[in-house]
Design a protein around this ligand. Structure first.
Ligand SMILES: [Ca+2]
Ligand SMILES: [Ca+2]
Length: 749
């Protein structure tokens, strides 16, 4: 790949987001008023549910008593999947084999209307704190958007507590395994927020095959397990999902030896990109997806969902979801159009896409195998009955960034794999996503995807299993619930209390309601609607009604009982209902630091990027960076791409040019011996073996050695004359240069 960038401009792309609420209200006043339908109570669900034979044997009458029947505090196993869609688990209609989750559901409860927060970081913040993401300070990703936007600081704020922090004083051993994704520059780790032990990935996503440097053990003085990483394209003994199961068993053993009940937060990175899975699991699915394609898979999943009683029997298959014209997708020929029909694609493309989906399915399948190992361990030690097991996903399936998926790093680059190279997809040398066509299928029957507040983004499978605390037989609950409910639920089952303050700072009150009554098929009474905002998308769910908008778009209103797939917008028919919900959303936004209208970064943060023509794709490429500089300044950034984790920068320090490279947080810098000023040219090279060279006016001025090429596409875009957001080099960002930079040319070979 050759990727050149010769003209540079400022990266900030101002986004003007129109809030149509005012206009809608004006229209509303001109329309004849319809009677305002009675808002239904939280327990009201689709009528078809009542046709199911539900066998619920309470230990005694009333859920509180049922809880009390568990004389010993239950263990709590909270399992979170990553980017797994609503219909990806077998018991939610999938063809993917998940026998372990299916058997938990068979002896437990499946919720059909449970919500997350549409994206990795906000969902994790809410799950752990019981607050809306913006209240916890993580309304977007891990970028710190500054004190003017307190809802978007990128890490948990001082005025909230985590599940681990509340369960620990109640006598629990608190353990986390898996993906954290809740740290910005403050670098807060799980062990800083109440967890006794941690093993996993502090960041958002990376290889499932290479342990180093992406997976770490905290506290630092613990002896980690030893695995071998992939070599020469062949897997070693490390595969993240298996390692997570290993450490889960270790931590459960630790709790037993300390005679404590445990809280284990097991946050898989399956099935987030890069899609990586063992070949034997991929093989189960490759031919199946080639033969069926996403259109047949969508139809079959919907049929199974109807048979399982998860959706109304008359629900029609929605049209294929659109490819949002957003971020990298802006340069895609599919942007703004529906996903293409499977049969419209040529055979080689269908083979490539079938393999992508097979790797994804294999990740889900293998996650289920790992859950099976944990469940078996509980059974072997007699802990299975009194362990409350909860399973859900942090957001809907991921569309990034068009129907063909990407390769190499999150971005617009796609490779059509054919013949023998197909077999390498999913292995250690591959880095791929499966795209919006398959994501659409994984969210069947809902519309849209991860990022969005339509149901495809926010509705999660939710399975609850706890033989000692509730007796349920393949029960389905249509009660509406949300991640905010986990905090009060787990407090209740653990007999723990919500503190008034943490480290002397007053804590915000919980937003959710305990789901314990729902475990006993009793209503959860909810005083307020549920609210959503992410990346400017917005939603309100209030009983049967849902108000929702795409970013910068007008509100739409849906009757979720009659139209759960959000197909028939009632906003003009029911203006009063819409108006009431808009006002509620606005009041919530004001109360909870929610700001959907402006984003100083102009994009969605750590997982999002500006359009493809802005920053070169540099992952694993030798680099040649050239430019002309005119300045009398002694310090400042000439250019930078990336930040504190990965990237490169050319900058001046005490009048001397410096070439800095950052790889997995480690800084490699070479500094010219000569002082420069006035007009001069710079050229920096990062070579295949990690050798660094810096030329000033065509003369070699410094050499050094980095650990290799930059292995991943940096999160921060290329900026000239300063280093936006986090700093690559040994200076405080943005460190602007007072001068002129011309003729920037970056070659990624
Ligand atoms: Ca996710
Ligand atoms: Ca930066």
């Amino acid at each position: 790949m050759r990727n050149q960038l010769s003209t540079l401009h400022k990266m900030r792309i101002a986004k003007i987001i129109h809030n149509h609420a005012t206009r809608v209200r004006a229209v509303a006043r001109r329309i004849r008023k319809f009677p305002n339908p009675e808002a239904t109570a939280a327990l009201a669900g689709p009528k078809f549910i009542t046709r199911l034979a539900l066998v619920i044997l309470l230990l005694t009458s009333g859920s509180a008593v049922a809880i009390g029947a568990a004389a010993v505090k239950p263990n709590i196993l909270l399992i979170l999947a990553d980017d797994v869609g609503w219909s990806d688990v077998g018991c939610y209609g999938s063809e993917i084999q998940t026998p372990n989750l299916d058997s938990l559901a068979k002896a437990g409860v499946k919720f059909t209307q449970f919500y997350n927060c549409a994206r990795c970081c906000p969902s994790r913040a809410t799950l752990l704190t019981g607050l809306y993401p913006q209240q916890a300070g993580v309304g977007n990703m891990t970028d710190d958007q500054g004190p003017a936007r307190p809802g978007y600081r990128g890490t948990l704020q001082p005025d909230c507590v985590t599940l681990a922090e509340v369960l620990k004083p109640a006598g629990y051993g608190t353990y986390m395994v898996g993906k954290w994704h809740l740290r910005n520059q403050s670098d807060v780790k799980p062990t800083d927020r109440g967890f006794d032990e941690f093993y996993g990935m502090l960041g958002g996503y990376n290889s499932c095959w290479d342990e180093n440097p992406y997976y770490t053990r905290w506290p630092k003085n613990r002896t980690p397990r030893t695995y071998t990483s992939a070599k020469n394209g062949r897997p070693g003994t490390f595969y993240s999902t298996d390692a997570f199961a290993d450490y889960s068993l270790d931590f459960m053993a630790q709790a037993r030896s300390e005679k404590k009940p445990f809280f284990l937060y097991l946050a898989f990175n399956a099935a987030h990109f890069p899609l990586h899975a063992p070949e034997k699991d991929i093989e189960k699915y490759e031919q199946l997806y080639f033969e069926k394609g996403w259109d047949v898979v969508r139809a079959e999943r919907l049929a199974r969902e109807k048979n399982l009683g998860l959706v109304p029997p008359d629900l029609a298959l929605t049209p294929r979801s659109p490819v949002p014209a957003k971020s990298f997708a802006k340069s895609s020929p599919y942007a703004g159009k529906e996903n293409p029909a499977w049969n419209s694609l040529p055979e080689d493309r269908r083979r490539d896409l079938a393999r992508r989906m097979a790797v994804y399915a294999a990740m889900v399948d293998h996650m289920d195998q790992a859950i099976g190992r944990v469940v078996n361990d509980l059974k072997q030690h007699g802990d299975f009955d009194n362990t409350l097991i909860l399973f859900l996903s942090d957001n809907g399936a991921c569309w990034e960034w068009d129907p063909l998926g990407f390769d190499g790093s999150s971005g617009p680059h796609n490779e059509l794999h054919t013949g023998e190279t197909l077999k390498k997809m999913g292995g250690p040398e591959s880095y791929l996503s499966y795209g919006s066509g398959w994501a659409n299928a994984c969210n069947t029957p809902w519309r849209y995807y991860k990022h969005f507040d339509f149901e495809g983004g926010t509705r999660t499978p939710f399975i609850v299993h706890w033989p000692a605390g509730m007796k349920a037989e393949n029960e389905i609950s249509a009660q509406i619930g949300h991640l905010i409910d986990l905090m009060p639920t787990l407090l209740e089952v653990a007999g723990a209390s919500y503190p008034a303050e943490r480290n002397g700072v007053k804590i915000q009150p919980m937003e959710g309601r305990s789901l314990v009554p729902a475990f006993a098929n009793q209503p959860v009474v909810r005083a307020a609607p549920l609210f959503f905002e992410h990346d400017g998308s917005r939603a309100v769910r209030d009983g049967r009604w849902k108000l929702v908008s795409l970013v910068g778009d007008a509100w739409e209103l849906y009757d979720m009982e009659a139209d759960p797939a959000e197909m028939h917008n009632l906003i003009t028919q029911l203006p009063d209902q819409a108006h009431t919900m808009m006002a509620a959303w606005n009041a919530w936004a004001k109360r909870c630091h929610v700001d959907a209208t402006t984003n100083p970064f102009g994009h969605g943060g750590a997982e999002a990027h500006e359009p493809a023509n802005v920053s070169p794709q540099i992952a694993n490429h030798p680099l040649v960076i050239r430019c002309d500089v005119t300045t009398d300044a002694r310090s400042g950034v000439v250019l930078a791409q990336g930040g504190r984790e990965y990237g490169y920068a050319l900058h001046l320090s005490e009048g001397r040019p410096v070439f800095s490279v950052r790889i997995a947080r480690q800084l490699f810098a070479v500094k010219s011996t000569k002082v420069v000023s006035g007009h001069f040219s710079l050229e920096a090279r990062l070579e295949k073996d990690g050798k660094m060279k810096l030329f000033v006016n065509g003369t070699l001025a410094a050499t050094g050695q980095a650990s290799g090429l930059i292995p991943t596409q940096p999160l921060d875009d290329l900026t000239v004359g300063e280093d936006e957001k986090s700093a690559v080099g040994d200076y405080a960002a943005p460190n602007p240069l007072n001068g002129k930079v011309d003729n920037v040319k970056i070659t990624a070979e």
